[in-house]
Ligand binder design. Structure first.
Ligand SMILES: Cc1ncc(COP(=O)(O)O)c(C=O)c1O
Length: 417
């Protein structure tokens, strides 16, 4: 179907107007980079300015006064966050940044004991995850060369076979302390089934956590039912909450009332006695019990603009549009440029989110040049070494016509080169 018709029929088309659209050469950008930094919701400024006004007018009392008082501020985003990831409110918290949360939750859920010392993750994981995991192994007196298992795709393939992943989990069985997987792999855009791999890890007695950086706000999630021990994510990609936004964490309710060992701070202490200032740590039940510090209210404010948009639009409706958008981009790319490129991301919609990872047949140098050339024209994708152009049509603000523009711009430039 034609892009103009699809845009006209799009029930979510108006959500685009809730975002600031960056411009190049006097024209709205065609923005395909929500996988890196989502666009700014127009309401974000209001919420940040509200915090600044509270601070200027009320000083310390703003902690305790009014609807948006700072003391329980993280609670203002709790319900929306829980709904977005398919969790109970008790299971989620907005705090810190992604890698910090990964470390905090590994401090609890990676507890090597006896022969159970290994961590299994995907090969070519995002470097920060790899660094976090390897350093946890070292921190616990292990050796990453021995204790870190990285499951790779077959030689000459890009995608990891989910059966091979479960087979590796079964093979290392009683030696596995933790499995850490992505919701969506950042280079290839491959989605992993949280429930399936959670069952595989739990069946051998290992704990499992997910890095949902590229899945949250992109795929509908059912974390409570899927049952992983923990999950972490950032909020600056598909959650549109700003550069370095306050991240999120999920801890399954089966751990909510246990006094699991953790790296503790006063904000994770039981709320009713936090200000008694006693020396003993008593954890707040649920994910909030992993908080360390009082939250950065200014940084948290944009979440109050971004999360309600997901509630209003509905994750199922967003996903329906997302599948259409990504398939539209995919078929245009392949119809017009099938001789020039291949798409690394799985074709099957259940195995991907909105991102398409594109590899040019004529090699990485041309690919990188194309990325720069498109950027200069206001067609914003991103580049991931060694040879991947990532393009993510985001259902909240990308038009079907934007997808056509991307394909036309790429086709025109490839013709010149
Ligand atoms: C998959 C994945 N994991 C971890 C990170 C690191 O995030 P942060 O710098 O917020 O800790 C990123 C950042 O883009 C990512 O894409």
């Amino acid at each position: 179907m034609k892009a103009s018709v699809l845009d006209q029929q799009d029930p979510l088309a108006n959500y685009r107007h809730q975002f600031h659209m960056p411009r190049t050469g006097g024209q709205d950008q065609r923005y395909f980079c929500g996988n890196s930094l989502g666009l700014m919701p127009k309401d974000a400024r209001k919420h940040v300015e509200k915090v600044l006004s509270q601070w200027s007018a009320e000083g310390v009392e703003a902690h305790f006064k009014g609807h948006s008082q700072w003391m329980p501020y993280h609670g203002l985003v709790r319900d929306d966050l829980a709904a977005l990831v398919g969790a109970e409110p008790l299971e989620v918290v907005a705090m810190n940044s992604l890698t910090v949360n990964l470390h905090l939750l590994m401090a609890t859920f990676y507890r090597p004991q006896g022969a159970r010392r290994k961590i299994l993750m995907e090969a070519r994981a995002f470097p920060s995850d790899r660094h976090a995991v390897a350093s946890q192994v070292l921190w616990n007196g292990g050796d990453p060369d021995v204790d870190l298992i990285e499951v790779a795709a077959e030689p000459d393939a890009d995608l990891i076979d989910p059966d091979a992943l479960d087979a590796a989990i079964a093979e290392h069985g009683e030696q596995l302390a933790l499995v850490l997987l992505p919701g969506i792999q950042y280079v290839t855009g491959q989605a992993f089934d949280t429930a399936r791999h959670t069952a595989a890890a739990h069946s051998v007695g290992a704990k499992i956590g997910f890095d949902l950086a590229h899945a949250v706000g992109n795929l509908p999630l059912s974390l409570h039912d899927a049952g992983p021990d923990f999950a972490v994510w950032c909020s600056y990609k598909y959650l549109n909450s700003g550069p370095g936004a306050v991240a999120g964490a999920f801890v399954h309710s089966r751990h909510a009332h246990s006094e699991l060992p953790r790296l503790a701070g006063w904000w994770g202490h039981q709320e009713s006695t936090r200000f008694k200032m006693g020396p003993q740590f008593v954890p707040t039940p649920g994910a909030e019990g992993w908080q360390l510090s009082n939250p950065p209210i200014l940084a948290m404010a944009p979440l109050r603009a971004s999360l309600p948009i997901f509630r209003q639009a509905g994750m199922q409706a967003l996903r329906r549009k997302s599948e259409l958008l990504t398939s539209h981009l995919e078929s245009k790319l392949l119809d017009r440029l099938g001789d020039e490129l291949s798409i690394v991301t799985p074709k099957e919609p259940t195995q991907r989110g909105c991102q398409l990872s594109i590899r040019l047949n004529r090699g990485r140098e041309l690919g990188q040049r194309m990325y720069q050339t498109l950027l200069a024209q206001g067609v914003v994708c991103d580049w991931r070494e060694p040879d991947i152009l990532r393009a993510s049509p985001v259902p909240l603000y990308t038009k079907f016509a934007d997808c056509d523009d991307l394909v036309s711009a790429l086709a025109a430039e490839l013709e010149k080169n």
